[in-house]
Design a protein around this ligand. Sequence first.
Ligand code: UFG
Length: 331
Amino acid sequence: MAVLVAGGAGYIGSHMVDRLIEKGYDVVVADNLSTGHRAAVHPQARFYEGDTRDAQFLDDLFAKEDIEAVIHMDAFSLVPESMKKPLKYFDNNVIGMIVLLEAMQRAGVKYVVFSSTAATYGNPERIPIHEADRKEPINSYGESKLMMEHIMKWVEQADGIHSVALRYFNAAGAKADGSIGEDHHPETHLIPIVLKVAAGQQDRLKIFGDDYDTTDGTNVRDYIHILDLADAHILAMEYLKQGHPSDVFNLGSSTGFSNREILEAARKVTGKEIPAEVAPRRGGDPDTLVADSSKAREVLGWNPQYDNIEDIIKTAWTWKQKHPNGYADRS
Ligand code: UFG
């Protein structure tokens, strides 16, 4: 039986597929390549190009493949874009999930592990954030993911599809050998932009706001290595297969770094000056997001391997140096 990774050509999805294959799983990938890259898909995965909002595409895939569980990472995930185009986010993320669940129901697939986000919490009531804390998203991306979580509760009751929602904090880094990594167009994430400046592809970093309620005034985020994230999905999938109930887990390192601290760490890792200037705030950014991830450690047995921000940035830098233009260098 195989695992379907929806969105398996994306940044997180490609690392997910890589890890599953390394661990001996039979892997099928579905991706419409709207933001993913064909070259990012592991050669041992069976690739189907199509959209998770396309019921016929999914029915055909489930008819051809013997899928036991779905890892659903097919979603738009850019906070600033979601502030400008909320309907795009509700369409792709919420409708996409509904069409996928309907196809799973028809095919009798009972397990789904899906990407949720720290953005479901909005401005958190306390730091570190626990799973049961108040969830009031301040961007439509976070709202779309919270809706996906709510949908699952009712689908489980009615259809017996069991789920784990994994609320990622800030995914970062790349496979250590630099063979796959982050490649978004346009790039909006802090670490890849800092490394673009380090590589001389961009003049300077714009730090969006230095008047937040944090120690140095810049936003604080919790960076978690992409392969540690991937491992949590495998544990969650096996947990469901063992008959455990549906649940929700935070995935973070439990340590916060301000945007300025990330810049300093990147200067150290790369040995480059990395010019930066303060720019106005970007919409939809909470002051601080740091996870309490003890539940994933205790319940799933999750044991993240990367506990040092410089090591995480180093893996992203290796990818950047080997592929300065991302997957365009590999096709
Ligand atoms: N930032 C800058 N300059 C830039 C880019 C980003 O100052 O050029 C700042 C942002 O304003 C923010 C921080 O860097 O303060 C991190 O921004 P990212 O865009 O890298 O990441 P986000 O925290 O906005 O979002 C990421 C994922 C989301 C997820 C969220 C959870 O993209 O999917 O983490 O914390 F929901």
